[in-house]
Design a protein around this ligand. Structure first.
Ligand SMILES: NC(=O)c1ccc[n+]([C@@H]2O[C@H](COP(=O)([O-])OP(=O)(O)OC[C@H]3O[C@@H](n4cnc5c(N)ncnc54)[C@H](OP(=O)(O)O)[C@@H]3O)[C@@H](O)[C@H]2O)c1
Length: 260
């Protein structure tokens, strides 16, 4: 059986490990995260399942870490890029350390964009491949005032950027044989955010997220919301709202701005 090469970021725990396990029958791997010891454990498990594994420890919130993974992708042999590394960093904006804004945005948004750019030429040359970016349902909550949700200005902005990036990229990639998908899970029982969701009865398992995403990729889904039954209707409504807003592309200000 031929094996494709997958590069997975955030492969030391949670959803990243779930992807790797579900792909191990027919993929080799480059595994990326900061904790080299945890990556080594995952690599051992995957090798026992028959996969060849490279371990590439890197901090994707830094220029050096991002450059190291970008260089690896420029080789051009990766056929599936899973940009999954991320942190919550939940806090009201006024309480965020200004020095941490850059690395949070880089990790949660910029990294997946830069890595996708690096992976694409090899996939386009081969006429096949896929990119998956793990965003969050919080990407769609910018206008929702719900006290049960965490303070999330930066997280929502970054994850929404990856949703917009992927949806637009998917249009660019039509008819190339290369697919782009963004995954938007709700609450997932992982180590994320201090492991807060591990005991929540309504949390999805990381295995459920990976299963939905990989099945969705085969179905050709650009946006995958793992827990949503009627995804098509919701995405149609989103597209309708976007199309309505484009009505604002007009030569004069709208009537309400011309009253006085
Ligand atoms: N759990 C949820 O409720 C939930 C919901 C929606 C979306 N998500 C998204 O799902 C993705 C995976 O999270 P998870 O739930 O599986 O949580 P997790 O178990 O905490 O996994 C996060 C992964 O990202 C890696 N990572 C964090 N900071 C990094 C950095 N600076 N450089 C490189 N790797 C880094 C971590 O590895 P190291 O610590 O070893 O670097 C770990 O492998 C994230 O993008 C998250 O935003 C999670």
């Amino acid at each position: 059986m031929s094996r494709a090469l997958a590069l997975i970021t955030g492969a030391s725990s949670g959803i990243g490990v779930a992807y790797a396990r579900q792909l191990a029958d027919d993929h080799d791997f480059v595994l990326v995260a900061r904790r080299a010891d945890r990556l080594a454990e995952v690599a051992d498990e995957l090798r026992k399942a028959g996969a060849a594994v490279e371990v590439l420890p890197a901090d994707l919130g830094t220029r050096e870490g991002l450059d190291a993974v970008t260089e690896r992708l420029f080789i051009g042999d990766v056929r599936l890029l899973i940009s999954n590394a991320g942190v919550g960093g939940y806090a009201p904006l006024a309480e965020v350390d200004p020095a941490e804004i850059g690395s949070l945005i880089t990790l949660n948004a910029g990294a997946s964009i830069q890595l996708t750019r690096a992976a694409l030429p090899g996939m386009l040359d081969a006429g096949e491949g896929g990119t998956i970016t793990v965003a969050s349902l919080l990407a769609f909550t910018a206008g929702i005032a719900d006290p049960r949700m965490p303070p999330r200005t930066l997280y929502t902005a970054a994850k929404a950027a990856t949703v917009a990036f992927t949806r637009t990229l998917a249009l660019e990639l039509a008819d190339t044989g290369v697919r782009a998908q963004v995954v938007c899970p709700g609450v997932v029982a992982t180590e994320f955010n201090g492991g807060y969701a591990r005991d929540l009865p309504f949390a999805m398992t990381p295995e459920g997220v990976a299963q939905a995403s990989l099945a969705g990729l085969k179905l050709g889904e650009t946006v995958c919301v793992p827990g949503l039954e009627d995804q098509e209707a919701a995405l149609d409504a989103l597209l309708s709202a976007e199309t309505a807003l484009m009505g604002g592309n007009a030569p004069i200000p709208a009537g309400r701005y011309r009253q006085s």
